[in-house]
Design a protein around this ligand. Structure first.
Ligand code: ADP
Length: 504
């Protein structure tokens, strides 16, 4: 099956200028430098296969230099001596620069990742700016406490005075995935900078362009040299070296559960602190009294947005048997309406998946499911000359034990299954190693709040799905991760407490 590719060229001068620059370099200690080995790799437009840029391929030698630069910056007066207010203003300036360059950043994200321009232009890029704004305010509100103590063995005439301080944890290795590159980078950089940490950031090898452009904007905003370093390259080289490096104090990772578990092993040497945002297999439970005007488009958006390449994608829908047929029909109609095309085409709802490998992977889940008795109601096809597109797909008759019901597909594929009562819906929903997010669709809000307590996941949405904002903590229960990003808890990831106990 083919797809007509129209509008595959960027229209913004700034995008063309950024792409036209020669090989993209690494950002280390405030300078753009080649990888020590001189090695490079290319990044391509997944819709057309066109090479967009040549990137530097860092390895362990570059990790050493970048970690030293981050350590030096962490201890420097330029950064440690910066007032909280100045740090907050710096974050705010980064947000302003992201907004001033939103059109370019959105085009770069679409070209590199495939997502529709509207997703980047009106969603993820402005949301990235908001991350910096939200955490800018925290820089001046990092507070310790004084603690009255009941210790009674101090010498006569002496008192004990205790207070705590909150200190930045140190050098952070931040590793991001390819699904929403700019936003994932912002979610780590903003709280880490607000806390006063320094960072070595490794974007996903498939989608590094907006992170590099963000690096330029951060330098333009006035970030001191070495505070943020960016190493492009591969997971098994740069990623592995960073997570094992003794000079790194903390790893903030978003990606697959499989790699998350490898990072737990790699971080053991110096017991790095870890935040892990991992995979999901998020259920949507549709009760008989659901408002279908909300549920159908909401569930469709929850699974098909960004081609299903979203960690919280609602890939399992459990519908009460009395509304099951209606839901399948509505969801299939919604899926069939979505337009596939190049992300830069203003009419496109869904672009290609990030690459052929990912599209093949999605296709393999669907064909295996078909082989085991699942029925495809709509979609089910890999498309395009490069076979990088995948149709929005609704599947029924998927058993709980099938791989497509248990594993994260990371594509626009949803399985819909009927249930008979709430207990059965909950047992299906909780029958997963993952516990990232869930949604519940009902008009009975009091039962919604009751049911939400019984769902094992980090987020429960009621009558909506995939609603995000920097204020809302986001994290996984079970094998979906450790810790929470966003909100006040997101800042905690980058701070440690010191108790000062004085005999006075
Ligand atoms: P996804 O399948 O969503 O890309 P991955 O977990 O494979 O998720 O990748 C997420 C990020 O982790 C990417 O930046 C990738 O390069 C990096 N990565 C992959 N393998 C490793 C590893 N062994 N150690 C550290 N980082 C890794």
């Amino acid at each position: 099956m083919t797809i007509a590719i129209r509008s595959s060229e960027p229209t913004k001068e700034a995008t063309l200028r950024f792409l036209a620059k020669t090989a993209k370099k690494l950002l280390i200690d405030g300078q753009w430098v080649d990888a020590a080995s001189g090695a490079t790799f290319t990044t391509c437009d997944p819709a057309t296969g066109k090479v967009l840029a040549e990137l530097s391929s860092a390895d362990a030698a570059d990790v050493d230099v970048a970690v030293s630069a981050a350590r030096k910056a962490f201890e420097s007066d330029a950064w440690r001596g910066m007032t909280p207010s100045a740090r907050g203003k710096l974050l705010w300036r980064i947000a302003d620069l992201i907004e001033a360059n939103v059109d370019e950043l959105a085009e770069l994200e679409t070209l590199d990742q495939g997502k529709s321009l509207k997703t980047g232009r009106f969603g993820e890029i402005p949301a990235s700016a908001e991350q910096f704004r939200y955490y800018a305010g925290f820089a001046t509100k990092i507070l310790g406490t004084t603690i009255p103590t009941s210790i009674g063995y101090q010498p006569a005439g002496k008192k004990i005075f205790v207070y705590t301080t909150r200190e930045p944890i140190g050098v952070v290795a931040a590793i991001t995935p390819w699904n929403s590159p700019m936003l994932m980078a912002a979610m780590k950089l903003a709280p880490a900078l607000a806390a006063g940490c320094t960072i070595v950031l490794k974007p996903a090898e498939e989608t590094s362009l907006t992170t590099l452009r963000l690096g330029e904007l951060m330098m333009e905003a006035g970030l001191p040299a070495g505070v943020v370093n960016i190493l492009t390259g591969f997971g098994e080289t740069v990623g592995a070296a960073l997570t094992a490096h003794p000079g790194v104090d903390k790893v903030a990772f978003t990606g697959s559960t499989e790699v998350g578990k490898m990072i737990v092993g790699a971080a053991r040497g110096n017991l790095k602190k870890l935040t892990l945002e991992l995979g999901g297999k998020s259920p949507a439970i549709v009760m008989p009294d659901a408002d279908f005007a909300l549920a159908i488009p909401g569930i469709a958006r929850g699974i098909f947005a960004n081609g299903g390449q979203v960690c919280v994608a609602g890939s399992r829908v459990y519908a009460h048997h009395s509304v099951y047929a209606r839901l399948v029909e509505g969801l299939a109609a919604e899926a069939a309406k979505l337009k596939l095309g190049h992300g830069l085409d203003p009419e496109t709802d869904l672009g290609p998946l990030v690459n052929r490998k990912q599209a093949d992977r999605v296709a393999s889940y669907v064909s295996e499911g078909r082989g085991n008795g699942a029925q495809v109601v709509t979609g089910g096809g890999q498309m395009g000359d490069l076979q990088t597109f995948y149709q929005p797909t609704v599947v029924i008759d998927v058993r709980q034990d099938m791989r497509m019901m248990r594993e994260e597909i990371f594509g626009p594929v949803v399985a819909v299954t009927p249930f008979h009562d709430v207990e059965e819906a909950l047992s299906f929903a909780n029958d997963s190693p993952y516990g990232l997010a869930a949604s519940l669709w009902t008009s009975d809000l009091s039962s919604a709040h009751r049911i939400s307590t019984q769902i094992r996941s980090g987020t429960v949405w009621i009558n909506c799905h995939s609603y995000f904002s920097p204020e809302l903590p986001k994290g996984g229960h079970k094998e979906s991760g450790w810790g929470y990003e966003n909100g006040a808890q997101g800042l905690e990831n980058y701070l440690e407490t010191k108790t000062v106990c004085a005999l006075v």
